[in-house]
Design a binder for this molecule. Structure first.
Ligand code: PAF
Length: 285
């Protein structure tokens, strides 16, 4: 199936309304482009569950702070269209900033405090409200049955789930597993910023998670002690500066003193230019 690219909200809505009138269920994959196998896996999951898959590519200025990489965020629309088409996307929405925000400054914003203030939000205080605002706007434009997000941005996923529940947005949010490079590095569009030495060093995030998982598997339950072991792994890599290492309840993001039930191990570190994130889930018996 060939992909149809649309740039205006009006055309996108019209096309999707037509498909819904034919009784088709729409799955939606929002992205910022520079697509990789992680995005491809979301598109394939959407294609398995739905009659049609719509995706968007929009580098959303609201979720970048003034000193971040908005201007040079990697872009390759031709390659992205081909990847989207090859992975089952039939409608690709690629709006301009003026199309999405025609009135200049956006006066309405969606905030999910508490879940947004810590970890990524502590370093990037405006990021999650910008992200939640554009995702709710995209949901309003698309009206999908299901929407697909990678677990790599686990805090983002938790915020979107809570936003959808709090606002009764009629969409099923599907989290999809992290896709990794052969050495374990989680795929990310920003990995392209790494030079060869930094690229090798970046695998330290995954190693730190492995140490946490092994400790829990061996019976450790003291959260702070496990976090300290994980942090030591990152600190031992001269090219990485740890931002945070945390073990949280997988759905509430609360911090348990002693580990029980489903927990999520989170790590973030600066490696050269990019801040890299990784995480994994553990069911504590
Ligand atoms: O994860 C992303 O790529 C972005 O945060 C999203 C969900 C597409 C919103 O801009």
């Amino acid at each position: 199936m060939t992909v149809t690219r649309v740039e205006t909200i009006k055309d996108f809505r019209q096309l999707l309304n037509g498909l819904r009138t034919e009784g088709k269920q729409v799955g939606f994959v929002p992205t910022m482009g520079y697509l990789h196998d992680g995005h491809a896996s979301l598109m394939r999951a959407a294609s398995d569950d739905n009659d049609v898959v719509a995706a968007s590519i929009f580098v959303n200025p609201l979720q970048f702070a003034a000193d971040e990489d908005l201007e040079d965020y990697p872009r390759d629309l031709q390659r992205d269209s081909e990847l989207a088409e090859a992975n089952g996307v039939s409608v690709l929405f690629t709006p301009t900033v003026d199309e999405m925000y025609p009135f200049g400054p956006v006066l309405t914003s969606v905030a999910v405090p508490q879940l947004s203030d810590k970890y990524e939000g502590a370093t990037r205080p405006t990021h999650f409200s910008g992200m939640a605002t554009v995702v709710s706007k995209l949901f309003n434009i698309v009206g999908p049955c299901r929407a697909y997000f990678g677990e790599k941005d686990y805090q983002q996923l938790a915020i979107i789930r809570r936003m959808v529940a709090d606002l009764s947005i009629p969409v099923e949010v599907k989290g999809c597993p992290i896709i990794r490079e052969p050495d374990g590095l989680a795929m990310s569009s920003r990995n392209t910023y790494l030079n060869p030495e930094q690229r090798q060093a970046a695998v330290v995030l995954r190693r730190s998670l492995d140490v946490g998982v092994e400790a829990i598997g061996a019976g450790a339950r003291d959260r702070a002690a496990i976090e300290a072991e994980m942090l030591a792994v990152i600190d031992a890599e001269p090219l990485a500066q740890a931002d945070y290492v945390a073990i949280v309840d997988a759905s509430s993001f609360d911090v348990p003193a002693t580990l029980v039930n489903d927990v999520r191990l989170l790590v973030a570190a600066q490696v050269g230019r990019p801040r890299l994130l990784d995480n994994c889930g553990v069911s504590v018996k």
